[in-house]
Design a protein around this ligand. Sequence first.
Ligand code: AMP
Ligand code: ZN
Length: 459
Amino acid sequence: MQIQLTNTLTRRKEPFLPTDPARVTMYVCGPTVYGNAHIGNARPPVVFDTLFRLLRHVYGESAVIYARNYTDIEDKIIAAALRDGVSIDAITRKYERIYEEDMGALGVLPPTLTPRATENIPAMIAIIQKLIDNGAAYVVPTGVYFSVGADNDYGKLSGRAQDELQAGARVEGEDDKRHPSDFALWKASKPGEPTWDAPFGAGRPGWHIECSAMIEEELGSPIDIHGGGIDLIFPHHENEIAQSESAHNHPLARVWMHNGFLTMDKEKMSKSVGNIITPRELLDQGWQGETIRYALLSAHYKAPLDWSDDLLRQAQASLDRIYGALLRLKDAPAAKADAPEPFVAALADDLNTPAAIAELSALVTAANVAKKAPEQAKAKAELQAAAHFLGIAQDDPQHWFRATFGEVAAAQIDALVAQRVEARAAKDFATSDRLRDELAAKGVEVMDSAAGSTWRRKG
Ligand code: AMP
Ligand code: ZN
């Protein structure tokens, strides 16, 4: 299956051709660990987890090496540690753990590698030294800066022209850099801040060099795919390219992919705006992790996605339909099947998750009408295989309905269903019908079969 991906660098959708199909490499910029990730921050890891699953399917599980880093040294982390009066490590380790729990709840597979910036400082120092040696960077009292003017193709990813960049934002504490758009590779040590020794003076790394070094150290460049949110194109990814390519004289990454924003009321979800909601808050409200995941995958990754309770309700209703079909077929014989070709082809077409979801819906319809046992077995296996690709519907269907109703309501429903089973056994059809109506009023549909009675949410 030929995967096609939209490359931000060429601005085209193109066939994905890894340098070495036996070692496919992907790097996605991970979180700065000083606070809870919001649901917008969860979009890149969920999108690229889905791509990871597709790559593993096409190239083999062990052929794909996916690194997602932790930025565990950065201005905001230092500020948070000072504010809370705790060590940097205490902050970063705490939020790494919370991040991993949140991602687990959203069905995100652990990446192959999760490097930390602080564990790759020597690699950063090595790149910076190379850039100083070849004239692409310079040392001044506040630190080491990359000289944007020395890089002829600076701006190629974001499409920003050099003269646009002349304006460059003023950054506090960087008064001695030579040009406003030059950026810090290394920040000279300040009292009370963590520092590392380096030949060009003690200090700490800038954010952009962290990713360049982790890519070099963990994967080796050029890598096949580099991903992140659209806001990282400039300056973060532009600067990663500038540093790495000026140091190594070959591309940093072949394909650059960027997900669109998650918005709320059409405004980008962000801490600074204050319109954030975290996965933990949604889970505490009773939404299931896979409902959140389904909602995140319901739009194409490049498109904006407007977050709302309505989106979550629709996602839950779609999952109900999938689990309802699996519940109907719960006693169908087990079979082995691959996800059907049209479903995989939709994902291979630039990770078109809405088209894949439409194919999944067709598989639900097939499962709902399957009559004979072999047909049922095949429909169920294909549905499960496709759902697995998206990282959804791997739960036991009965457990899904219990969880989405909540344990208290589920226990009441169980009791009514049990009474109804008794009434039917006693041929008390009036009571049995009354109980069915009572359950229907709660939004519950009872499913009777030779094996017993189960229930699901009414469609
Ligand atoms: P940050 O912690 O701001 O560096 O963001 C971590 C990741 O989340 C980056 O890849 C960002 O591009 C991405 N991101 C941040 N906010 C949003 C949003 N509202 N929608 C989609 N992605 C986002
Ligand atoms: Zn990065």
